[in-house]
Design a protein around this ligand. Structure first.
Ligand code: CDP
Ligand code: MG
Length: 765
């Protein structure tokens, strides 16, 4: 072969290479052995799990399992799915046995809670049963999902089962993407989209059944829908059914909330899962994950692996490392079966996502490396091994600093059990928990905190106000948020002029609620007309709402960064984004242009969709809201207007360069005006190391080793007084001298008015 010819030229080099390779393999082997001895078989836990099943059942299962292992029939079973007809597949799901009973329960009750293991067929089947039972004659059947990816993937699957195109009888709606048509009867949608529909259709009159799926996830939107629908169903007097489905057994709480409605259990068939814990805590869970995957693949019988990591970057790193390690192992042992590595996270192209559902070819093994999405909302068949490092990325609100941050946190015990359960769907499985048993029992919380208790509520409150729900403190939350965070959200909306002094929705606020973006963005958008740059602002907002447009492949990072610099606008990142969008447009939306410039084409196309949606919404607002003029205007090259418009929405995210009289450790430090928090310009920003940048606004803060501002733009401080007069004013001369004496007050501005009512902060340390 070519390699032989090349290698023959230099025998010496080859020997060297071989030695190196052997050494590497040796190390690899050692590491694997160490890894193995690290696991502790946990007889107690396993016993507990086994006790839950009847003895004969286990014997039966084990007998079958042993036969299967021996014959390696399990690999064949992967093919079964495609061999069965669609109808046979549907009938093989656990929910099928309860079909008639379930339909009867729905007929007799307006509220019903359904509990069933992940994969039992709740999401894909129940909607179809309801359709078959005639509910489509009086309206649409809606099924909500907390995650966009899940909504799309399930809609595709059901369309396939119904034998129609997605968007015909079966469709989906997610933010900025509506794939439904006039004949759509089964509609999968994100819970956020259904929540939005309550704005225009307060009785949800288009629907005959609403299924709030994955209720155990307790997203804010689902929680709000709980309360709204509890009233709506009663008002609709039997013409709307509400089904709440959950994968966990915590159903009594749901039942109690919905007037003690019946709880329907789907009898699922699950197999025992053996659980292994590590003996000592893992210092680097990514590395431990990689080792465990390789270990399972090289030492364990066949069966696919499911791995839980926290986000895209981690998943990609892990995939690369596994592919690399495997290529080393193949060289030493060509008989080793192939390991197919498949990532899944929400920002991934959907063509790639569907690959994870394809049956694994005979003689191979696949490892699916997923975010939390595979915990309950997506079921992958053929999983026998689960690797669970025990972490999840959640959006958490820090009320002290008044902002949302993405943080990696330990999962709850309920989540850990959900994850391990994924290994027991097709046969007895194994779960490797990369944490100690002690951590599981003592450090993990029993249940996940509902999102509503830990996130910024300003967007939610704005929606409630726009629905005419004025007294949000008295709203029927299942779990009431802390008053502190409700008040904080009200304050935020007040300073954005979305609410008046009495907390009533203003005209601006009503217009803001039309746009499915966070309040600071919608405020910017509403104001952009006054600044004569609504066209540009829409493009920037579109770019801000899509996944990062700059493509930085690991091996070409420097080149990619150089290419990015060519788009840099030295007045800030918002304008850099605008620049990218304009140049892409000028290229005729060219794909090659994206490739050449290290720009993610998928994100750009998405941005164009978002832009068109926002334009459409703007036209609606312009027509409906007489008091507000809002139409498309371009500022051409007067880009300062764009920065001013962003100040009118993002003044709260303002930071000033810290000038501690030449103290070097303060160099490059900015301090937020609202909280005096030390923040930094990110190295990827077009303002990084640019002189003369004293005041900036930023889109978000990202906490890594430092608190970095993400998407930062230079502003003139006088704009703050002009465009955010509720919050900023010039300090009186007397105050200034006091400030100077103490040197603790921001010299030019205060952040509160005299009444103290909407006092944002003290301004003093
Ligand atoms: O909702 P639940 O977890 O109870 O189950 P489901 O999502 O309705 O899944 C039922 C079956 O459909 C599983 O065996 C999945 O593997 C299959 N499915 C699929 O093949 N492709 C999808 N996109 C979704 C589900
Ligand atoms: Mg489901």
């Amino acid at each position: 072969s070519m390699t032989d010819i090349a290698d023959a030229g230099s025998q010496l080099m080859k020997e060297n290479k071989n030695k190196k390779r052997e050494k590497r393999l040796e190390e690899e082997k050692k590491r694997r052995e160490m890894q193995k001895s690290k696991y502790l078989d946990d007889p107690l836990m396993n016993k507990k799990i086994e006790e839950e099943l009847k003895k004969e059942e286990i014997e039966e299962m084990e007998k079958n399992a042993i036969i299967e292992w021996k014959k390696e029939a399990r690999v064949e079973s992967y093919g079964i799915k495609s061999k069965l007809s669609m109808q046979e597949q549907r009938e093989s799901l656990p929910v099928y046995k309860s079909r008639n009973e379930l339909l009867e329960a729905v007929r007799n009750n307006d509220f019903i809670v359904i509990v069933g293991e992940t994969g039992s067929g709740k999401t894909t089947q129940i909607t179809q049963y309801l359709a078959e039972d005639g509910y489509i004659n009086s309206g649409i059947i809606a099924c909500t999902q907390p995650r966009r990816v899940a909504a799309i993937s399930v809609a595709k699957r059901v369309a396939e089962e119904v034998n129609c195109k997605v968007g015909d009888e079966v469709g989906y709606t997610i933010r900025f993407e509506d794939c439904t048509g006039p004949q759509t009867k089964i509609k999968y949608m994100t819970d956020g989209m259904l929540e939005r529909e309550a704005l225009t259709d307060p009785l949800m009159s288009r629907y005959s059944v609403i299924m709030l799926d994955e209720a155990h996830e307790r997203t804010i939107a689902t929680d709000i829908l709980f309360a709204l629908l509890r009233d709506i169903v009663i008002k609709r007097k039997g013409t709307l059914k509400l089904i709440v489905t959950s994968a966990t057994l915590d159903s009594t709480k749901f039942s109690r909330y919905f007037n003690n409605c019946p709880v329907f259990h789907i009898q699922g068939r699950t197999f025992p899962v053996k659980i292994y814990y590590t003996k000592t805590p893992e210092l680097d869970y990514i590395e431990a994950t990689i080792d465990t995957i390789i270990d399972v693949h090289t030492n364990n019988p066949k069966g696919d692996i499911l791995v839980f990591l926290t986000g895209r970057e981690e998943i990609e790193t892990c995939c690369e490392a596994i592919v690399q390690k495997m290529s080393v192992l193949y060289q030493s042992d060509p008989s080793l079966s192939e390991l197919i590595v498949l990532p899944i996270y929400s920002a991934m192209p959907s063509e790639m996502q569907s690959r994870i559902f394809e049956p694994t070819p005979k003689g191979k093994r696949k490892v699916v490396i997923a975010t939390n999405i595979a915990e309950t909302s997506i079921t992958i068949d053929g999983i026998y091994y689960v690797v669970d490092p025990g972490f999840v990325k959640v959006n958490a609100y820090d009320p002290k600093r008044g902002m949302d941050t993405l943080v990696v946190k330990p999962i709850s015990r309920a989540q850990a059990d959900q994850r391990s359960g994924r290994a027991g769907r097709t046969g007895p499985g194994i779960c490797y928990r990369l944490y100690t048993k002690n951590a599981y029992l003592k450090e993990m919380p029993a249940n996940t905190t509902p999102e509503i208790l830990r996130q910024n509520l300003s967007h939610t409150i704005l929606m409630l106000k726009a629905m005419g729900i004025n007294d949000v403190l008295e709203f029927g939350f299942m779990d009431r948020p802390k008053e502190e965070s409700l008040v904080k959200a009200l304050e935020e909306l007040y300073i954005l002029e979305a609410l008046d002094e009495d907390g009533k929705l203003t005209e601006t606020g009503r217009c803001m609620a039309y746009f499915a973006v966070e309040p600071m963005l919608s405020k910017t958008l509403i104001k952009s007309f006054e600044f004569g740059c609504s066209y540009e602002v829409i493009e920037v907002i579109a770019m801000l709402t899509v996944p990062d447009v700059f493509y930085r492949p690991r091996e070409k990072r420097d080149l990619a960064d150089k290419m990015k610099q060519r788009f840099d606008d030295f007045n800030g990142d918002h304008l850099t984004l605008l620049n990218v969008y304009r140049k892409w447009e000028a290229s005729g939306y060219s794909k090659d242009w994206c490739t050449d410039n290290f720009i993610q084409e998928k994100s750009m196309r998405k941005a164009r969709d978002v832009k068109n949606q926002l334009i459409r919404l703007m036209e609606i607002v312009d027509k409906k809201e007489k008091g507000i003029q809002l139409s498309l205007v371009s500022c051409k090259n007067r880009l300062e207007q764009v920065r001013k418009a962003f100040v009118s929405g993002f003044f709260k995210n303002c930071a000033k360069r810290s000038s501690n009289h030449g103290h070097h450790d303060e160099e490059g430090v900015f301090r937020t005006l609202a909280d005096n928090l030390a923040v930094y310009i990110h190295p990827s920003s077009s303002l990084f190391k640019i002189p003369g940048v004293d005041y900036v606004i930023y889109h978000t803060l990202v906490l890594t080793n430092k608190e970095y501002m993400h998407c930062t733009t230079k502003i003139d401080p006088s704009w703050l007084i002009q465009y955010a007069s509720k919050v900023f004013r010039k300090t009186e001369r007397g105050e200034l001298s006091i400030a100077k004496k103490r040197e603790k007050i921001q010299p030019l501005y205060d952040k509160f008015d005299q009444t103290g009512r909407w006092r944002l902060s003290r301004g003093r340390r």
